[in-house]
Design a protein around this ligand. Structure first.
Ligand code: SF4
Length: 143
């Protein structure tokens, strides 16, 4: 959803929301700069937000610009995929690698019955299959 439009200084960026066109200035927090410098996350998650990183010694995910993150991130939290129902109402978010935070019980049921059992070890292929299943059920998936 966020694209870096301009590097203002070493850890400060102008970013643009690819859906709404809104722009924000964000700064990588000092405590996350070494984590930010490691781009390994994009090997498995090429579409991830430019500021999303996995902890080195744990399974936690970090927003490396958390102190200056855009308002929409403050409001909704971080996600890799935003899922909307056919009317455009928010139905859920895919967080981390494979976790769904659902607000729509129908979406939760589809996830439990059809997505949770996916045996795909490759994260990129898993993303593709998950999106295909969710879209085939009439939902809109945005990354
Ligand atoms: S909260 Fe998530 S989507 Fe928003 S800037 Fe941080 S890592 Fe990116």
């Amino acid at each position: 959803m966020w694209a870096i439009e301009k590097e203002i200084s070493e850890y400060t960026f102008l970013v643009r929301n690819e859906y709404t066109g809104e722009r924000y200035t964000v700064e990588v927090a000092r405590e996350h700069r070494s984590l930010y410098d490691d781009n390994g996350v994009f090997t498995d998650l090429p579409e991830a937000c430019p500021f999303f990183r996995k902890g080195r010694d744990n399974d936690l995910w970090y927003c490396t610009v958390h102190l200056t993150r855009p308002d929409v991130c403050r409001e909704y939290g971080c996600w890799r995929f935003l899922i909307l129902d056919s009317q455009g109402k928010r139905a859920g978010r895919v967080m981390g690698t494979r976790h769904l935070h659902a607000e729509d019980p129908v979406l939760q049921k589809i996830w439990d019955e059809k997505v949770r059992c996916l045996k795909e070890p490759d994260d990129v292929l898993w993303d593709e299959k998950m999106c295909e299943i969710i879209r085939s059920e009439g939902f809109i998936v945005q990354d």
